[in-house]
Design a protein around this ligand. Structure first.
Ligand code: NOJ
Length: 497
């Protein structure tokens, strides 16, 4: 059923944030059995693959992105046996499974750090001026006066990738999961493992260093040496059958820099975050799409599209409402390349803005006052009070019963059914995820694209209805169209000429 080594090129990948997706044992924390129980839902949705955010042994200082054992499942998420059952059943249903790999840093509870194996980490007599992405200095002092580097929380010491033992360990970790049948990896902080020689200061700047991400080359990001690591990994991936892949999370300064991570001797894909950062406006989308296609041309592989993930406010809220989110989704799902969905976006979930501070768990909130908890609230499954959860780790807004999967199941106008319909059409028209893209002249504030001959995507981001002279059959629209066929504001449509 799975076949086709190039499956990732136009795949729709669904990100499962395990804490928040579904809870099988009723402890308020999502788990792998919860994911397995919902594979039917994911198959009905029509996704090609799931990406599991970390489920490894972790003290959860950063939601599992602080790994204490790279080869085991944390008891709160289940067991390796549960993982094996999940992957087997996913494959039976034709769904591939990608796992998160966190190579830039481990947890401070990792046996290496606990055993004081300092050559595996980055220790110095004195700190430099580097700042943590979560705010505050990137260095913490230990009892004997030495300092260790942590680009994120102090509980996430950076690993020393100049040490061959670290490299060997991760090659082995890759094989461990590949042997268990995973179809690929999402590489966390893929631009971070190698630091500039001598760890030079960043120097004077205005504002926090975290705001410079992607603006210019920091001495701890996007160094040439990271590419050697991927050139070591690629033959490992290629030595397994069935198209095992890796996608980089790399925040770099340009499409050209991002393109360097992708290619036949490095990784298969890199997240294209520019699309996620674009405003809801025809012009912004067009600029980003053109840039992204240029990047794809540079590497000879299609790009990726993302609207939401576990680190950014959900796009319903970011773009200013559900209508816009639905329209942006139809645009994304008609672009060449693969699309990454974030769990709950198919229900049209908004960002939860009013979580009480004392319940927020994001380490960035404690250090920098910015919290990513609002997009991590557990998914509402049922119309019963609690939405199918007992005592969830973050409170679910009571009104989310109306957004629950159960509430949306039989409503043809629901966002869940919009996603299902879009993914079904995308499968029936492979040209939507591949093929060519041609811009069609359109009024200001309107985007019109022809995908392969005959399939047109129109998005109206303006304030007036858009009348376009495109005769054809409407395959799908993100909201009702006017009787005269014009596209209302904040609406997108797929038209078959
Ligand atoms: C990126 C992950 O997406 C984010 O959630 C995490 O906090 C950092 N990397 C550190 O691992």
């Amino acid at each position: 059923m799975l076949g086709n080594d190039d499956w990732w090129r136009d795949a729709v990948v669904y990100q499962v944030y395990p804490r928040s997706f579904a809870d099988a044992d009723g402890d308020g924390m999502g788990d792998l059995e919860g994911v397995r129980a919902r594979l039917g839902y994911l198959a009905d949705l029509g996704v090609d693959a799931i990406w599991l955010s970390p489920f490894y042994t972790s003290p959860m200082a950063d939601g599992g992105y602080d790994v204490a054992d790279y080869r085991d499942v944390d008891p709160m998420f289940g067991t390796l046996t549960d993982f094996d059952a999940l992957i087997a059943e996913a494959h039976d249903k034709g769904i591939r499974v990608i796992v998160d790999l966190v190579p830039n840093h481990s947890s401070d509870q990792h046996p290496w750090f606990k055993a004081g194996l300092r050559d595996r980490y980055i220790f110095r007599d004195r700190p430099n001026d580097w700042e943590s992405i979560f705010g505050g200095p990137a260095w913490t002092q230990v009892e004997d006066g030495q300092w260790y580097l942590h680009l994120f929380a102090p509980e996430q010491p950076d690993l020393n990738w100049e040490n061959p033992e670290v490299r060997a360990e991760f090659r082995d970790v890759l094989r461990f999961w590949l042997d268990r049948g995973v179809d690929g990896f999402r590489v966390d902080v893929a631009h971070g493992m190698i630091k500039a020689a001598g760890l030079p200061d960043v120097g004077p700047k205005e504002g926090p260093q975290a705001e410079m991400l992607g603006d210019e080359q920091l001495p701890y990001f996007d160094q040439d040496g990271v590419h050697d690591i991927y050139r070591e990994w690629r033959p490992i991936l290629d030595s397994y059958p069935g198209g095992r892949m890796a996608v980089a999370e790399a925040w770099v300064s340009s499409a050209e820099r991002l393109a360097r991570y992708v290619g036949p001797d490095e990784l298969h894909q890199a997240f294209n975050f520019e699309f996620m950062m674009a405003d809801f406006h025809a012009k912004s989308f067009r600029t980003v799409i053109e840039k992204s296609l240029k990047e794809a041309e540079l590497v000879g592989a299609p790009t990726t599209w993302v609207l939401s993930n576990h680190d950014k406010p959900r796009h319903v809220t970011r773009h200013g409402g559900l209508a816009r989110a639905r329209a942006a989704t139809l645009l994304m799902l008609a672009l060449p390349g693969s699309a990454y969905l974030y769990n709950g976006e198919e229900l049209g979930l908004p960002e939860v803005l009013d979580l009480p501070d004392e319940l927020r768990q994001d380490p960035a909130f404690k250090r920098r006052g910015e919290s990513r908890d609002g997009c991590r609230v557990p998914l509402p499954w049922t119309t019963a009070p609690g939405c199918g959860w007992r005592d969830p780790w973050l409170p679910i807004p009571p009104e989310w019963t109306e957004l629950s999967a159960e509430a949306q199941e039989d409503d043809p106008a629901s966002t869940l059914n919009l996603y299902r319909a879009a993914l079904k059409i995308r499968r029936e028209h492979p040209a939507l995820g591949g093929g060519t893209l041609t811009w069609i002249d359109s009024p200001k504030d309107v985007l019109a694209i022809e995908r392969d001959p005959g399939l047109v995507v129109v998005l109206n981001t303006g304030e007036e209805p858009a009348r376009l002279d495109i005769a054809g059959r409407v395959l799908l629209s993100s909201g009702p169209l006017a009787a005269d066929g014009s596209i209302p504001p904040d609406t997108a449509a797929w038209i078959q000429r």
